[in-house]
Design a protein around this ligand. Structure first.
Ligand code: NHV
Length: 857
């Protein structure tokens, strides 16, 4: 619950000795469910979904296993009943008002309480707060919810619509998804299992109120600089009585242990809803800084309402004071797109987030914490909550606030046009108001975006041809009403000052390079365009908000849904976990450009991970090199909603793929990156740090056996928040008299006065498939340390892309998928994913040389 309501009232009543009274009563127990039309009532878990309840009883197989996806599809066509009963005392009933609060109902839910229909819900993205005092009783109260099948609910619209919407990701012939305000991905996606859920998917409770309550508390940051923050505290206060009441409204704020300050106002509250504004100024505020730039400082703000000397309502928020400006303006190069945080241009390093589970209530706070830790650990400063999923739980935004991760928030529309009839618009309007109000206090919230790729679709995906001018016009009208009118107007009204982007990408399309000059882009050339990764070096947008390449998850994750008999890319079970029809073909085709394509399934899986990591890294580095023309690089995609072949960097069980380690390297605060440009070998230094220092770049030309063939160094200044060519040399000279198939350059960038190594990287002059890689002998010593393991790895020859494979789900590695340089030992810490001590480990070490080595003397 994000509202702390009447906490003080509760304590004061409690101190009078009345233990029965409480501010809220969670309604998560005694639930039962039943298939509509049957008489069988079975135990249910709330919050939850009907799928989880059926699975818990063994009535549904594990949907993620094998080909079980098809065994569970019947659930979506049924209606489901949920019921519970709860006791209330006279004292609880004596409150002036009592609200039944659902943070989320999925989706068509008729709610009856003690014989009265109190709510007909129709939008999964809305929280409902229904005054119910008039139907409650002392003693037993009965609550029953009928969840109507979203498929059957929307079927009349489907049957009479006259055309089929191009919602290609909806995996059923009857594509009803667009009629429903329900997570698009649950109908299937090109990485998603189809699980059309229903149920009480977020918490439910009763809230008790007396005299007055705070319905909303918005800390509106009007202007923030390092000198001063101007903040308007905007409160919506409901006077629950029938008379005008005098009240003291107070806002207290504090930073950490510093002394708190407050402002206060006496107001006359009319019966019903009142708006109150309490402006305040904070001199020399602690600014909230993005990850990599300093502390993500958070203040505690608390608003309270006092009547007759007694606090009757209060609410609090953690507030980060900062300015965020999205600079999206015509310039001499086209149209810029970048984030300016506290007045400083920020290169956005990040990723696109999808829902972390097909069964959303399973995403606990612990899972959000771990995911955001992973984002932060990879030196990222931005996530995009993509429009085909859900407006995420408060926990996600709270964790982003704490870690200095900016959130690009899409509204939940993706890859298809939508209806625009009045009933639909009303639902959307409610959803938008609810979520803007829920999320607008978060320091991390950087911008709103109308939709994912609907704008691109309208222009370039052939819908005009497909549907003819009349229907197309209807779709275009709907697009205008939703994304050019309704959404931006609501943002302007409820979240003034926050940037709104109509659609992502801005206008670009990956097939049209000229469009990359304008706004944000999605570049799918290395996937759908079947281009080599080198294309990312030249196809530079102003801001890359999506680019991706698939991989299989590692073997232990494959093992969670498949048996060794299924270990073939094209086996039915593997294909049930590969939703991109061209996926396997594209992985192999691109692999062949750089590596010999192995036969063995396990080798393909390993090499595919390596390929994805290096390929994507090429893009991240290209984007950083090209700043300030390009000011952002967001990977498609961070996570998975089930164990599957996908574009993700972290698999369903939380295992980092090679890609996430490569992101951490490519997004390091300071990075040295060498690249061949024409006949030059250029050493770029990219830096996101805000202070310069004297540095030295050392370059060692070495062979795979560790012999140093040449060593030289140059001195200079560390660039500030920019990218520079730090040094360049003639490519042929750099590798003169050496065999490029057996040598590499080891680069270290050091602080000239301190001993700190700022960046430590390698450059290979030859593609892996033409390298003569040894099958290095890697020694691995293991030491157990407080439930964790320290591995020491060493090899006398170069070992590339070393993968320490441990068959325990979720184990964490201080590093993995790294190059082990000849003679250099590396210590790697292995810890369990769940904080428990690790048992004895089986360790398997893979290296590129096992696959790519070419016989040589
Ligand atoms: O296919 C991978 C991802 C999707 O999962 C997700 O919807 O927004 N993807 C690909 C594209 N966008 C996204 C771009 N796809 C095309 C665009 C234009 C022509 C063909 C494909 C994400």
């Amino acid at each position: 619950m994000w509202k702390i309501i009447l906490a003080v009232l509760w304590t004061s009543l409690f101190s009078l000795g009345n233990t029965a009274l409480a501010d809220s009563l969670t309604l998560h127990s005694n639930w039962q469910f039943s298939k509509y039309g049957s008489d069988e009532w079975l135990p249910a878990t709330v919050p939850g979904t009907v799928h989880q309840d059926l699975m818990a009883l063994g009535k549904l197989p594990d949907p993620f296993y094998g080909m079980n996806e098809k065994e569970i599809q019947w659930v979506e066509d049924e209606d489901w009943l949920y019921r519970t009963s709860f006791m209330l005392s006279e004292e609880q009933l004596a409150h002036q008002e009592i609200f039944l609060v659902f943070d989320g109902l999925d989706t068509y839910a008729d709610v009856s309480l003690n014989g009265v229909c109190i709510l007909k819900a129709n939008n999964m993205f809305v929280g409902y707060r229904v005054p119910v005092k008039h139907v409650l009783r002392s003693g037993e109260n009965k609550l029953l919810i009928r969840f109507r099948s979203p498929i059957r609910e929307a079927m009349p619209q489907w049957e009479t619509n006259g055309f089929i919407y191009p919602a290609a990701n909806d995996h059923r012939a009857e594509r009803v998804s667009i009629f429903t305000r329900k997570a698009p991905y649950s109908y299937g996606w090109d990485w998603g299992i189809r699980m059309v859920t229903c149920g009480i998917w977020r918490p439910v409770c009763l809230e008790f109120a007396n005299q007055a309550e705070i319905e909303d508390y918005f800390v509106c940051q009007q202007s923030v600089t390092s000198d001063r923050a101007e903040v308007d505290n905007r409160l919506e206060i409901r006077n629950l009585g029938n008379e005008i009441r005098e009240a003291q409204v107070k806002v207290t704020y504090a930073y950490g242990q510093e002394e708190s300050r407050s402002v206060e106002q006496t107001v006359r509250l009319q019966p019903g809803l009142n708006t109150v504004s309490l402006p305040l100024t904070i001199e020399s505020p602690h600014l909230w800084m993005p990850n990599g730039w300093g502390e993500a400082a958070l203040y505690d703000f608390r608003a309270s309402v006092c009547m007759d000397g007694e606090t009757v309502a209060s609410q609090q928020h953690r507030i980060g004071l900062r300015s965020i400006r999205v600079v999206n303006e015509e310039d001499s190069l086209g149209m810029s797109f970048y984030f300016e945080v506290n007045g400083i241009p920020m290169f956005a390093k990040g990723t696109n987030l999808i829902p972390s589970d097909a069964l959303l209530p399973r995403v606990t706070r612990e899972r959000y914490v771990r995911l955001l830790e992973d984002v932060q650990a990879a030196n990222m400063n931005m996530i995009r909550v993509w429009g085909g999923g859900v407006y995420e739980d408060d926990a996600l935004y709270e964790e982003a606030d704490k870690r200095g991760i900016l959130v690009w928030q899409d509204f939940m529309f993706a890859c298809t046009p939508y209806p625009h009839d009045p009933a639909f618009l009303k639902q959307v309007s409610e959803e938008v108001v609810y979520n803007i109000k829920r999320l607008r206090n978060h320091a991390s919230l950087a911008m709103w975006c109308g939709n994912n790729e609907v704008g691109e679709g309208m222009k370039y995906w052939g819908w005009k041809r497909k549907y003819g001018p009349e229907i197309y016009q209807q779709l275009a009208d709907g697009y205008d009403i939703l994304f050019r009118k309704l959404l931006p107007e609501k943002v302007k009204e409820l979240d003034p000052g926050r940037f709104y982007l109509e659609s992502s990408p801005y206008e670009a399309n990956w097939g049209r390079p000229e469009s990359w000059k304008r706004g944000d882009s999605h570049n799918w050339g290395t996937w759908y365009g079947q281009k080599p990764f080198e294309s990312l070096d030249t196809e530079i947008p102003r801001f890359m908000s999506e680019f991706g390449f698939q991989s299989f998850p590692e073997m232990k994750t494959i093992h969670s849904f498949a048996t060794p008999e299924d270990y073939d890319m094209e086996s039915p079970v593997m294909n049930a976990h590969q939703k991109s029809s061209i996926g396997n073909f594209l992985i192999k085709k691109t692999m062949g450009l750089y590596y010999p394509v192995p036969e063995k399934f396990e080798d393909l899986v390993y090499l595919g991970l390596v390929l994805q990591g290096h390929g994507m890294r090429q893009g991240m580095e290209a984007h950083r090199r090209n700043r300030p023309y390009c000011m952002g690089s967001l990977i498609w995609q961070l996570n998975d909603s089930w164990p599957v072949v996908s574009w993700s960097a972290i698999d369903y069980f939380g295992n980092w793929k090679a890609l996430h380690y490569q992101s951490r390297r490519a997004f390091a605060p300071v990075l040295v990156d060498a690249i061949r440009e024409g006949d030059k070998l250029r050493y770029y230094v990219m830096s996101d740090v805000l202070k310069t220092k004297d540095v030295v770049l050392q370059m060692e030309l070495m062979n795979f056996k560790g012999k140093v063939l040449r060593r030289h160094q140059v001195e200079g200044k560390l660039p500030v928040n920019s990218s520079v060519v730090f040094y360049e040399e003639d490519w042929n000279q750099a590798f003169a008299a050496c065999d490029t198939t057996t040598s590499f350059i080891h680069m270290t960038l050091k602080d000239r006065h301190g001993r700190e190594i700022l960046s430590d990287e390698v450059y290979y002059p030859a593609l892996p498939k033409s390298q003569h890689l040894p099958q290095a002998k890697i020694s691995c010593k293991m030491k157990k340390k407080n439930g964790a393991y320290e591995l020491t790895l060493k090899s006398d020859q170069l070992a590339r892309d070393v993968f320490i494979e441990i068959p325990v789900q979720g184990v964490r590695f201080s590093d993995n998928f790294f190059d082990l340089l000849p003679g250099v030992s590396r210590k790697i810490l292995v810890t369990s994913g769940d904080g428990c001590a690790l048992e004895d480990l089986t360790v398997n070490i893979r290296q590129l040389g096992d696959i790519c080595s070419i016989e040589h003397e």
